[in-house]
Design a binder for this molecule. Structure first.
Ligand SMILES: [Zn+2]
Length: 420
């Protein structure tokens, strides 16, 4: 009896897949898109998972980022999928928005809504698939409810870290979590045989990483200083959205975002209520209302004569506003709104990875957004969703896996065998 592990597209950031099999059971961890600029251009096909007859018993997803889950619709229909409730909510919002323009995305909605196939993962609730047991643990990342998995087969204990960092709000809990739950120090020491860790920042020069706490403090100061603030940010980086929302509310500003982004933020708070109900074993029947955050009407020329538009403009001029912008239309909206309210001398906070507006030759470079930001009073306020190289090395030492460490999700992917 032996466990077999296979890594596919591990030598790039995003789109990595891990296949784990025993004599009787096969599972897959993640099935996402290659990111723009990735080494591998071809989309992965795996026999028994995406083609021919079903051979896999389950697919587990650590979080909702597209490079981890974006191709779940390619998985053969008979294979069960496991993801967090937050992941399901975020994806449903994304695909409902996409399906408005392209009916083909309805397939993803059908899969996500099919509760016989799509199962919810809750923190620390183990799932047994054949002779493989998977226990998810919440981990800190720029995706809410991201998870790492402890995977136990008859002969191996494997720890798959997913994407993680330690400089977010929950980051300092990682070591305790590993010590108490993974190694089981309180009861009996149970070593990890194989550690699978992400290594995004093994090659990226990120410098000193700010904590989300530090970002929040800086955001509060900027919200007090500037009447009108635009924030360019991912619509699913909920910790960032929540903090900037709180910073703006503390400065008595109104907060405006697209209807889609508003829905995503509402889903985040809805998930928090679901989680509370799950952890306390009670029914979730509370309604959630997001105060002071509204759908952005000022970007819609057709509405200019309408009362709601005028009211929003009045509030913006009286109290000041934080306007979140994201996605493909961010640059165009930013240019238009900054010109419209130039008398308020707005500030732009760029709160996502700097590569998109700096790496001119890269495939992921967004020239339009780079130009729009350069033409405004723009500050960068962002921190990585991934652990620094030093932290990854520290976790490798702490876990001290008995057989090997696989560094995946990295341009410098490698297998480090233990030296006895
Ligand atoms: Zn991620």
């Amino acid at each position: 009896m032996s466990t077999n592990i296979e890594f596919l597209h591990a030598d790039q950031i995003g789109g990595c897949v891990t296949l784990i099999s025993t004599d009787t059971t096969k599972i897959c961890i993640e099935f996402g898109e290659n990111l723009p600029g990735s080494k591998h251009k071809e989309a992965l096909e795996v026999e028994g998972l995406t083609s021919v007859e079903v051979q896999y018993d389950a697919v587990f997803f650590t979080h909702y980022h597209g490079d981890h889950i974006g191709r779940f619709n390619k998985i053969l229909p008979g294979i069960p999928l496991y993801m967090s409730q937050m992941c399901r909510y975020a994806l449903l919002n994304i695909y409902h928005a996409l399906a408005k323009h392209d009916a083909r995305y309805k397939k993803q909605i059908e899969i996500l809504e099919d509760k016989t196939r799509n199962h919810v993962l809750w923190p620390q609730q183990a799932v047994q698939v054949g002779d493989i047991k998977v226990t998810p643990y919440t981990i800190d990342h720029s995706a809410e409810a991201a998870m790492m998995f402890l995977i136990e087969t008859p002969d191996k204990r494997i720890l798959h870290m997913g994407d993680f960092r330690t400089h977010g709000f929950m980051g300092n809990k990682l070591k305790k979590l590993l010590l108490h739950y993974v190694f089981g120090l309180q009861l009996r020491y149970k070593p990890v045989d194989i550690l699978i860790t992400e290594g995004t920042n093994m090659t990226r020069e990120e410098g000193e990483l700010l904590t989300e706490d530090e970002l929040f403090t800086q955001a509060c100061a900027l919200m007090r200083e500037y009447k009108l603030v635009f924030c360019i940010c991912s619509s699913t980086n909920f910790i960032r959205l929540r903090n900037f929302y709180r910073a703006a509310r503390a400065a008595h500003k109104v907060v405006l975002a697209s209807g889609y982004m508003l829905k995503q933020v509402q889903s985040y708070y809805h998930y928090k209520l679901d989680l509370y109900a799950y952890l306390n074993n009670c029914k979730q029947d509370r309604e959630f209302r997001l105060s002071g955050m509204y759908s952005l009407l000022l970007d819609k020329e057709a509405l200019q004569d309408k009362l709601a538009y005028k009211l929003q403009e009045k509030k913006l001029r009286e109290r000041g506003a934080l306007i979140f912008l994201s996605g493909t239309q961010a640059a165009e909206k930013l240019q238009r709104l900054v010109a419209q309210y130039s008398d308020l001398q707005p500030l732009v906070i760029y709160s996502q990875w700097s590569g998109y507006i700096k790496d001119k030759k890269a495939e992921y470079y967004n020239a339009e957004l780079a130009e729009a930001c350069a033409a405004c009073n723009t500050v960068q306020l962002h921190t990585s969703g991934h652990a620094s190289k030093e932290v990854v090395e520290e976790i490798i030492r702490l876990v001290n896996s008995r057989e090997y460490v696989a560094i995946i999700h990295s341009e410098q992917a490698e297998i480090r065998y233990r030296q006895y």
